[in-house]
Design a binder for this molecule. Sequence first.
Ligand code: UGA
Length: 440
Amino acid sequence: MNIVVIGTGYVGLVTGVALAEIGHDVCCVDIDAFKVAQLKKSISPIYEPGIEELIEKNINAGRLTFSTDLKAAVTDSSIVYLAVGTPQKQDGSANLEYIEEAAMNIAQSISQDTVVVVKSTVPVGTNRYLKKFIQNKTPYKISIVSNPEFLREGVAVKDVFHGDRIVLGADDDIALEQLEAVNQGFQIPIFKTGLESAEMIKYASNAFLATKISFINEIANICEKVGGDIREVSAGMGMDHRIGSSFLQAGIGYGGSCFPKDTLALNQIAKNSGYDFKLIQSVIQANKAQQLKLVKVLKSHYNSDLKGKQIALLGVAFKPETDDIREAASEVIIKELLWCGAKISIYDPVAAANMKAVFGEEIHVAETIEEVLYQADAALVVTEWDEIKKIKLEEFSSQMKHPLVLDGRLVFDKDQMKKAGISYYSIGTGELQLNEPVYI
Ligand code: UGA
């Protein structure tokens, strides 16, 4: 089947490539000519393991093309996917500017009845509105299918072929059947539903996962006061299949382009409807506090005097296997530490340049783990990259001025740290254990 995907961001690109991989002829369209030129050479604008190999494979197989020309692309296609961004507005609600612009372009470009498939995360009611919006501008019949995205960055290529479900929301049975046929090749259960339900499934899923994370982080904070190791608590809770073990990993909170944006948007959707969604507000608040947890511990360790202290950040990406730093705890941590007068050095295998672009000369980017630890007064574990998990404990002792490790991702073992003579704190496993006098 001929399919057009508008938007080659993370969602659009992965969707387009995956649809090509299961046998469709796909043209991915973007207004950014540079991006399109790079993609034609199989160079991905996003860091996503495995994506470039799949792009190359499908270009070579003749199933995948890239273009800036929407009108030409839709000539042979009656199925158009919309995967443009819905960034956050000041009040937390979703900005629909890009999606409306793309919808307008679709209306002006199509030359046959068309099914518009909305991948973008949009507030409940938007798909119905978009249908009218496009229909009013074209003589051809427009059907809308809401097909929310559940991919995780960093493992998107795996997720797209092994998802738990594909949600298709529509009030048009023929369009639903067509989309069911398009998605058959994924061999993933398809859940058909109404338009508004599909939109809400996306927000509710992300908000629920964010709630799980904030919940376990709050339990971790309580464990620090009353005892208990959050790793054991999470494992014990997760064994109950009603709870499930995923998204129960305590740490320095959730970041990224989805959970922070979608929880705020859902709160705004509720507010606009006159509903006060107190639970999600607490989840958001708890996450904000959690992102600064390591700084709080660091301040108390150094009696609130961080002026001139050399602080190493191990990882800055919002999670491993991505160069994405949007809404990452690292940015909040760096801002606060700079404000306190600390000197910051960061190490991240792929995201360091993105953080450098934000802070410029205010931070130092180390090329190696050895360099970031050198002469540091404290090291903060921010992202659980494999190479960070594998740091030999002697490296902390030999490189750092004061071997003090604050572990925001629970990657090291408390007892081994103690044995290695390293002062160590990790979220939810108790007080900071000191192995040396505090130098101020
Ligand atoms: C999330 C959802 O997991 C996807 O299903 C969804 O499609 C996507 O948002 C989206 O809306 O596009 P993503 O933001 O890529 O995916 O990343 P996650 O793996 O969900 O992690 C989000 C944040 O939660 C990260 O900062 C991660 O470190 C944190 N997290 C995750 C925890 O702190 N603890 C956990 O147990 C799991």
